[in-house]
Design a protein. Structure first.
Lengths: 570, 309
């Protein structure tokens, strides 16, 4: 019996070898007979991709860095979720290529009351859900109430609606009933939205994923199973999501199919978008080079290799990175210390050498190509110009003055940074710049994971922190509100009355006077930079390999990164 | 035997319970919360959401609730993949990772044994040196480097195999090979050393003198004795494969458990962390049990009948 067991073991091992051997043969054979023959779904995609040369099949093959966390629009919080919601769902408005909200489910621009607090939106009557139900005003009422209802547990619902839609804050704090939310369906196709106060950027907010409609009957029927996979969803957007199931057999891939019931289907040219989750940059590049995907994000080490090729593209984003100073620190409370630090960092070297992906040097607190002046149309950044630029000599002078004022010749500062490879490289570069130019300064860099950094940030446990922010709506306030002393995001103990007043005015008294309001923001940024309250570093770009035949993809500064509705393969 | 297994199963439960407790404590020590938009959610809103999930209660109460649910087989829902039940997430990832890991283990040990046997029989010949070089390379080259090279040359340059993803046999070949290199190298080293020792021992000489054929000598007498240390390293090897799958899965975009585990830890997805940790722990304990049983099969001296200790 013992012999038999041993024999079995060995036999098993031998058999496994044959199985492998066969498997190996299979592929090399099938490969000769044609790449598509041997394997199924994924290879089909690559087959489609050959189209670049000829008749241009309207199929786009993309990669995503992670699983879609949720397709429930009121629960969505991240770029991946908003991306695929944007393709498969449609709200009242959609951002066009100039970042202007254009009517989607809405039938024309909103009618705004004189005081700016009542918005009336008429809906188009030909929009339908993928089960045939018409998209009505009630679907918006249901979804918005759901978003702020504390029982839903949404993070972005209160974040996007509190202080904007009437009573949202009270409801999300459990102090009012969800029926009291400032949205009402006056008929099946007319919405009356009441705001807490006039919100000049509300039009752009209406394009955001959290403001999407949901079909009440369907969501209620599905209960806790709603949106768990592509079957448990209804769609009203340009595409329908299929084969998406995070707990299914092929969780790493899904497909979007053109929605033939979409009201604007004539403008949708793509038939299919195939998406695969690929986390490794090198794998993505390999897939791009074999034609299996049409776009691959590049990390710094690949940029040198591909920069200048026809496929190389960089896309600027409205994401800013900067150093936050803890103004309670005995040294950092001195404005000359902050000025010295913020002017001594070689920002050009940082974006050229360390990031090397087309990122831009940032010399302010609001990014470029984000919002423009309501009268002149000039970009915010262009008007205010470069407020804190690299100037090593001036920095040295500020530093000398600071040391004198502080009565010391050695300054030790902690520096909190991220733990990714690029972040660590960047932080040690900045440390070198600071210690090399400012005599007597010692910088102690601590690299921690994101969660840890956020938790230390909240408790103001840092001297200097390398931090970043992405916008949530199209208005300078998405960048400037957080630096007021009473902002919930104020962790660096910065307190400037003048700044607070300017921002407070812009958000209250001046809220309907768009020009004066914008001027206040411009002025506020100057105050902030005069104080060197933060040290601007760079505005992020991303480098891609991008199939030149793919056209018409819109990139958005807020919400979904891209819009594929108008994309096509040439 | 049955009694022994029952007893071991009992120990297994206790071990799992201890592991659950410790990982729960460690997890609660992690900074941050399982919220996904932490940077943007205000403290007041966060308190409301945490209360909804019972995260505002004292840790001890959270712990008892967790263990209570665990006993009923309820691992909760993921915070990150909103509302997705953890059991379903695990059930989707486990078969894939298991397929990858078990194939790699079998193929690795099989070829490793083959290599080791060859090296020991042809001791101090070209075969031996060749096998030696292969196994040294296999141990010293990290699997992710090997995977990257394989992917580039076989997938991109030669175009023989699909670069990534999982499902078809073709797609499985490169991940499995990359992962099997380490167990192959280890088992070949161990088997070679043991075989040389056993083959040189007195009873081998006796057997040979008695006229036992070479084949019987190697496969019937020597190999069985040489297998014991190999089985001992199978345990740690299986564990290293589990961590290896995390890396290999990422490189080849395999939808296994690895993604869940790393994402769980990085995003404080409490229920996913607990689910995957317990699963890995369970798997490891199971492997140890299987190995103990294998000892008995291979070596009658350590056969476990009553389980007196």
């Amino acid at each position: 019996m013992k012999k038999k067991s041993l024999l079995l073991l060995i036999l098993g091992l031998v058999m496994s070898m044959f199985l492998v051997a066969c498997g190996g043969d299979d592929t090399s054979d099938s490969d000769n007979s044609g790449n598509d023959g041997g394997s199924d779904t994924e290879q089909d995609d690559s087959g489609n991709d050959d189209s670049t040369s000829g008749d241009a099949e309207q199929v786009l093959n993309l990669m995503e860095g992670s699983q879609i966390p949720t397709m429930d629009s009121v629960m969505a919080t991240d770029a991946v979720a908003f991306q695929w919601l944007n393709e498969t769902m449609e709200g009242l408005y959609r951002l066009d290529e100039n970042t202007t909200p254009v009517p989607a489910i809405a039938d024309g621009d909103p009618v705004v009351s004189e005081d700016g607090t009542e918005w009336t939106v008429t809906l188009r009557e030909d929009a339908v859900w993928s089960n045939g139900d018409p998209v009505t005003a009630h679907d918006f009422v249901f979804a918005w109430r759901r978003a702020v209802n504390p029982e839903t547990g949404s993070e972005y619902g209160p974040f996007m609606m509190n202080g904007v839609v009437k009573n949202a804050e009270a409801i999300s704090n459990g102090e009012a009933e969800k029926e009291e939310l400032g949205i009402e369906a006056t008929s099946d196709y007319e919405l009356k939205i009441t705001l807490e106060k006039p919100v000049p950027y509300f039009h752009s907010l209406l394009t955001f994923g959290t403001y999407l409609p949901q079909n009440e009957a369907f969501v209620t029927e599905m209960g806790s199973d709603y949106a768990l996979n592509s079957e448990n969803l209804l769609y009203n957007g340009p595409f329908i999501l299929t084969e998406w199931n995070p707990t299914g057999e092929n969780a790493n891939q899904w497909t979007l199919v053109k929605n033939d019931d979409y009201w604007d289907k004539d403008n949708v040219k793509l038939e299919n978008i195939n998406v695969s989750i690929v986390k490794e940059t090198s794998t993505g590049v390999n897939l791009y080079n074999t034609g299996e995907v049409d776009r691959a994000g590049l990390s710094a080490e690949y940029v040198a290799q591909y920069a200048g090729t026809e496929d190389y593209r960089t896309l600027g984003e409205a994401v800013l990175f900067y150093l936050k100073f803890n103004h309670d620190n005995e040294f950092l409370s001195n404005v000359n210390v902050r000025k010295a630090i913020s002017m001594t960092i070689g920002k050009q070297g940082l974006v050229d050498v360390i990031l090397a992906n087309g990122s831009l040097v940032s010399n302010g607190a609001v990014p470029s190509s984000f919002t423009s002046h309501p009268d002149t149309g000039e970009d915010f950044r262009e008007i205010n110009g470069d407020l804190i630029v690299e100037d090593k000599e001036a920095a040295k002078e500020y530093w000398a003055t600071a040391l004198e004022e502080l009565g010391t010749d050695t300054v030790e500062l902690g520096y909190l940074g991220g733990d990714s490879e690029v972040a660590q490289e960047m932080d040690s570069y900045i440390k070198n710049q600071l210690e090399g130019n400012l005599d007597g300064l010692t910088v102690e860099v601590t690299s921690v994971p994101f969660e840890e950094r956020i938790s230390r940030d909240e408790n103001s446990e840092y001297d200097i922190q390398n931090s970043g922010w992405g916008p949530d709506y199209l208005d300078p306030s998405t960048w400037l509100n957080m630096w007021t002393s009473d902002s919930p995001y104020m962790t660096m103990n910065y307190n400037n009355e003048e700044y607070d007043t300017l921002i407070h005015e812009a958000n209250n008294e001046l809220i309907t006077d768009l020009t004066a309001r914008y001027d206040n923001f411009l002025e506020a940024e100057k105050v902030l930079m005069d104080d060197a309250a933060i040290a601007p570093l760079y505005q992020r770009s991303r480098a891609y390999l991008w199939r030149p035949s793919v056209k018409g993809v819109i990139s958005n500064p807020m919400g979904a990164d891209f819009t594929y509705k108008y994309a096509f393969i040439e | 035997m049955g009694k022994y297994i029952a007893k071991r199963a009992g120990y297994m439960l206790i071990t799992l319970f201890i592991i659950a407790t410790f990982s729960f404590i460690l997890m609660k020590l992690l900074p941050g919360s399982p919220l996904t938009a932490e940077q943007k959610v205000t403290a007041a809103q966060r308190a409301i959401i945490e209360a909804k999930y019972g995260l505002d209660q004292p840790i001890l109460i959270q712990y008892f609730k967790y263990i209570g649910n665990l006993v009923q087989g309820d691992l909760g829902v993921s915070f990150q993949l909103k509302n997705q039940p953890v059991t379903k997430i695990l059930m989707a990832g486990v078969p894939v990772s298991a397929q990858l890991g078990i194939w790699a283990l079998f193929i690795g040990t099989f070829f490793g044994m083959l290599l080791g046997l060859l090296a020991s029989i042809k001791h101090n010949t070209v075969f031996d040196y060749g096998a030696n070089i292969i196994s040294v390379l296999g141990i010293s080259i990290p699997s992710f480097i090997f995977a990257g090279l394989l992917q580039y040359f076989v997938g991109v340059k030669l175009g023989w195999l699909p670069i990534a993803f999982w499902g078809t046999p073709q797609q499985m070949i490169m991940p499995i090979i990359s992962l099997s290199i380490f167990p192959m190298a280890i088992s070949s080293r161990f088997l070679r050393t043991e075989m040389i020792e056993v083959l040189g021992s007195d009873y081998m000489v006796t057997a040979k003198a008695k006229g036992v054929s070479n084949f019987a000598l190697v496969f019937k007498h020597a190999l069985r004795n040489a297998l014991i240390p190999l089985i001992t390293v199978m345990g740690p090897m299986a564990v290293s494969l589990m961590t290896g799958t995390l890396v290999i899965e990422q490189i080849f975009s395999v939808p296994g458990l690895g993604e869940q585990f790393t994402r769980g830890v990085l995003t404080n997805d409490y229920s996913i962390i607990m689910g995957t940790t317990l699963f890995f722990a369970f798997f490891f304990i199971l492997v140890i049990l299987i190995i103990d049983l294998l000892y008995g099969i291979v070596d009658p001296r350590i056969r476990l009948s009553g389980g007196e200790d």
